[in-house]
Design a protein around this ligand. Structure first.
Ligand code: DP6
Length: 355
């Protein structure tokens, strides 16, 4: 039989997700199993996306290659793990159907680009690994569900497992040592709460000082407050958050979102040495949201911060003028919102989770 010299190719995009109950801490760093469950909103309609093309061919010289934002990158252990797992899934298909081309034996080329700052606390690894896993799953025509693929994406970056779904997504932390019950599931599709919006305040696009991966391990080993978060706080609020989403109860959604962000950053502060992700501009954004809510006489806006100073404000479409309008009015003038590096604050309105 003639050698197959075809180039097989698949292109996908994956959006970022921003957690409203945060993942922070690993019970098994090797399998990337979390200390607690988490819940996020996928910003499906936003421009914050990773675009990834995966291709393979017998004509490619080994080894596998990765190009990120135009630069050739070393394949780190997490990426290698994802490739290995996906390849073995393809090999299994090939062994049960002899007519399938032997793609699992070809070198892979992955080309990927973010249209937003990488590693600046804007969930770039979440979108990045979700796109990598999904692109190769498409290339290999794997029949696996997003939940099954979430097990692989999780091993690239924990938060990535949630970006395989649109809408409201829980990463159920699980209890099993092999991680077989540590999976992402959709709590509600985007259409369930189509009025949800997210405003992203880019306080700083610089790469963060302490990566999530090392920060969370320092917190795990040194913070007593963190033990309380894992045992008492998160198990309770996960149930409450699911209920708030189910009932589209924005007041409750906002209360839990802000409390959980504060609890997470308090654990960072309780870490030895302390980790500061939020800065003066972040804290000004918190006060701004408090002010907007006070003026409205109810919670119409909810702030949350990941492992960086950038602020995400959730609100409902009907409150757009009160929330996005107020921020935009203020940021238009910029005075008082200048960040640590001059005029560092920009606002971008993003629609949340409509896919
Ligand atoms: C604060 O998913 O980046 O954004 O699993 O080590 O890659 P690794 O960590 P990562 O951590 C995200 C932490 C967070 C909270 C969240 O997204 O739930």
């Amino acid at each position: 039989m003639a050698e197959d010299k075809s180039i097989y190719c698949a292109s996908v995009t994956a959006p970022v997700n921003i957690a409203v109950v945060k993942y922070w801490g690993k019970r098994d760093p090797k399998l990337n199993l979390p200390t607690n469950s988490s819940l996020s909103v996928t910003l499906s309609q936003s421009d914050l996306r990773t675009h990834t093309t995966a291709s393979c061919s017998s004509t490619y010289p080994p080894p596998d290659t990765l190009i990120l934002n135009g630069q050739s990158e070393e394949l780190n252990n997490r990426t290698l793990t994802c490739l290995k797992l996906l390849r073995s899934m393809r090999a299994e298909l090939e062994s049960s159907d002899a007519t399938l081309p032997k793609l699992s034996q070809h070198p892979l080329k992955v080309v990927t680009a973010n249209n937003f700052p990488t590693a600046a606390g804007l969930a770039s690894s979440a979108a990045g690994f979700a796109a990598l896993v999904y692109a190769i799953a498409q290339l290999y025509q794997l029949p696996h569900s997003p939940t099954e693929l979430s097990r692989i994406a999780r091993q690239g970056s924990g938060s990535a497992c949630r970006s395989l779904f649109g809408g409201y997504v829980a990463w159920e932390g699980g209890e099993k040592a092999d991680g077989s019950d540590s999976l992402a599931v959709q709590v509600a599709p985007p259409s369930h709460w189509p009025g949800m919006r997210a405003l992203i305040l880019v306080v700083s696009a610089a790469k963060k000082g302490v990566s999530s991966t090392s920060g969370m391990q320092q917190t795990c080993t040194t913070s007593a407050l963190f033990q309380h978060r894992v045992k008492d706080v998160v198990p309770r609020v996960m149930g409450q958050m699911k209920e708030a989403v189910e009932k589209k109860d924005f007041d409750k959604f906002a209360e839990i979102t802000m409390r959980d962000s504060n609890n997470f950053h308090a654990c960072c502060l309780d870490t030895t040495p302390p980790i500061f992700y939020m800065n003066d501009v972040s804290r000004a954004a918190v006060r701004m949201v408090e002010w907007i809510n006070e003026k409205a006489g109810r919670r119409v806006a909810a702030y949350t911060f990941d492992a960086g100073p950038n602020c995400v404000v959730y609100y409902e479409e009907g409150s757009g003028r009160e929330v996005a309008g107020t921020f935009k009015g203020l940021l238009g003038g910029a005075a008082g919102w200048d960040g640590e590096r001059g005029r560092a604050v920009e606002a971008a309105e993003e629609m949340a989770g409509l896919k």
